[in-house]
Design a protein around this ligand. Structure first.
Ligand SMILES: Nc1ncnc2c1ncn2[C@@H]1O[C@H](COP(=O)(O)OP(=O)(O)O)[C@@H](O)[C@H]1O
Ligand SMILES: [Mg+2]
Length: 227
């Protein structure tokens, strides 16, 4: 899928005295088979860009095109193709058990899965099966992040979007996030990872986009050509 942003600005509290321009006149296009590192200081607009890509907020100016179409006319169809893990995983949770949490997105998007698929994604993120009956709210930050990632993998997205995926993870957790991204890439699919720790993911990415104060400061493709 081709994603295009044309002169996109996102302005919060527009025309009030607390107006905040979070993204300013962004022109960006990428294909969902690219592996993209999104970096920038806190407040530079990374999370806002992710909300926009997942169609949770609309541009204040400019427009988005997904395969040449206005995605806001087909939000369900396009959101289904993304697997988004937000910055604070527990804000995404609302189920009583990890199992319900992990299966929610797949059910919601009408994507069939088996018990074996559930076990596979648990293994991939490094969680044990006995966690399924537990409450997602009682887990550690690292486990919650793994649950959030497991839930998005179960609906078999074609593009992953991870917002600060290593927050709350120990080294083992970081390595398992890297493994997930690597496997995804090796299967011909792409991802966008927003992070303030670029060194953890730089080698996995073909493209680096640097945001500063809501604008694109740098957009570079690595010398290894994407095939
Ligand atoms: N809902 C909101 N209302 C008002 N301002 C916001 C809102 N969300 C984000 N902002 C502001 O927009 C800017 C970009 O924020 P954000 O996208 O979260 O940056 P990052 O993820 O790079 O830290 C920040 O100045 C932030 O305070
Ligand atoms: Mg953020």
């Amino acid at each position: 899928m081709l994603i295009e942003l044309k002169n996109v600005s996102v302005i919060f509290e527009e025309k009030t005295d607390v107006e905040k321009v979070a993204l300013k006149d962004i022109n960006l296009s990428f294909s969902t088979d690219e592996s993209i590192l999104l970096i920038g200081n806190t407040g530079s607009g990374k999370t806002t860009l992710i909300y926009l890509l997942d169609l949770l907020i609309k541009p204040s100016k400019g427009f988005l095109l997904y395969d040449g179409k206005d995605p806001f006319f087909y939000p369900y169809e396009f959101r289904k193709r993304f697997g988004v893990a937000f910055q604070i995983p527990e804000r995404q949770f609302f189920s009583e058990t990890v199992e319900e949490e992990i299966t929610y997105a797949a059910k919601n998007f009408g994507v069939p899965f088996t018990q074996e698929d559930i076990e596979k994604v648990l293994e991939l993120v490094g969680l044990r099966k006995n966690i399924l009956k537990q409450s997602p709210f009682k887990l550690s930050g690292g486990e919650q992040r793994k649950v959030a990632i497991a839930s998005i993998l179960l609906h078999k997205p074609e593009f992953l979007i991870f917002d600060e995926p290593t927050a709350g993870l120990d080294l083992k957790g970081v390595l398992s996030v890297r493994e997930i991204l690597k496997k995804f890439k090796n299967s011909g699919k792409g991802f966008l990872v927003a992070t303030h720790e670029p060194e953890l993911f730089e080698d996995l990415c073909d493209r680096k986009i640097v945001l500063k104060s809501g604008t694109i400061l740098e957009d570079v493709r690595s010398s290894v050509a994407h095939t």
